[in-house]
Design a protein around this ligand. Sequence first.
Ligand code: TTP
Ligand code: MG
Length: 376
Amino acid sequence: MKILCTCEQGYKFFSHKNMTQIILHCDLDAFFAAVEVRDNPDYEDKPVIVGADPKEGKGRGVVSTCNYEARKYGIHSAMPISIAYRKCPHGIYLPPNFAKYHEASEKVMGIIKSVSSIFQQVSIDEAYIDISENCTTYEEALNTAKEIQSRVLDDVGITLSIGCAPTKSIAKIASDYKKPNGITIVKPEEIKEFLSPMDITRIPGIGKKTKEYYNRQGIRVIGDIINTPLHRMIEQFGKNGKWVWDVANGLNQPKFKSSRDIRKSISKERTFYDDTSDFNLIISKLEEINEKLHIKLDKDGTYYKTISLKIRFEGFETYTRSKSLPRPIQDVKKAMNVILELYQEFVNYDKKVRLVGIKLSNLSNNIKQLKISNFM
Ligand code: TTP
Ligand code: MG
């Protein structure tokens, strides 16, 4: 049996065919506490607890988080601060400083977002990115993950753990597998081996109550789910059974949700090898750009309302012209008609064209879904 292999740097690899997406889930380590340690190097190697004032054991409120040193004492997030104090009276107890954490979070998210525009921040310290277009192999994905870690450490001074897998759910489980400062790669063919021994509560969404119910039916580890036929999961657990089975088998692939953090526009431009006044060449270049943009939009389920044409003539004379539509569309032909309409203005210009580009903006996602839900 092939056991997970650990490469020389200590990164863990687990190795399904037909799975092309490569997703990273990035989660900062002991986030609030890490920022405090960064700003107070004296705290290094000491148990640091961020949360309510312990008032020598009489304090009320809970632990927000603590560093890994404090976790050795059994302290964890949401634990009453009085209990934490009992476990570790000599720890360093600090009140949260949200402005500082917010600033650090924004910097980290900026770094992650710069790697791929298919980005979804899910909390102050975690985000997903789809790097399928940047990386074709999991070896490249490992390098990307290492690069993110080193940029975050250099620019923000804290560490994060990264999970890399073909689905968001598995990437999230993987980022938690080797903390702190870990990278865990789960290739499609290694999903079963990676997940099988894990307790079912590792599947995001399975809490205490659901666990008890599943346990009573003899399902304890994720392998039990993988080995149960889908129809039996549905018979026994209904919708939840199907969802859990899909996650366990690497088949659950929720779209990246639209948020204010998702890119505001998508664009592409091309410079001609030689400046040209050949109308056919210019139009075929614009058609090519337009088609490429639409392939990407189709994949992401993204619609646009505004279409812009950029045109640069010899001598760097540059113009942009835009048109906004009454409602979002994703239509390669309609977009090309608008581009041709915008191009009209420049048809009789007596300078040669150096560059052309298209920008699609005012983006929105999941219009189809929204339309369906309107009728439900
Ligand atoms: P987490 O990512 O859950 O925890 P963490 O980053 O401290 O530790 P790790 O990921 O290494 O296990 O949460 C991120 C931050 O959110 C955490 O630093 C503090 C805050 N938080 C709370 O304030 N209360 C909570 O109950 C939890 C879970 C987190
Ligand atoms: Mg975290």
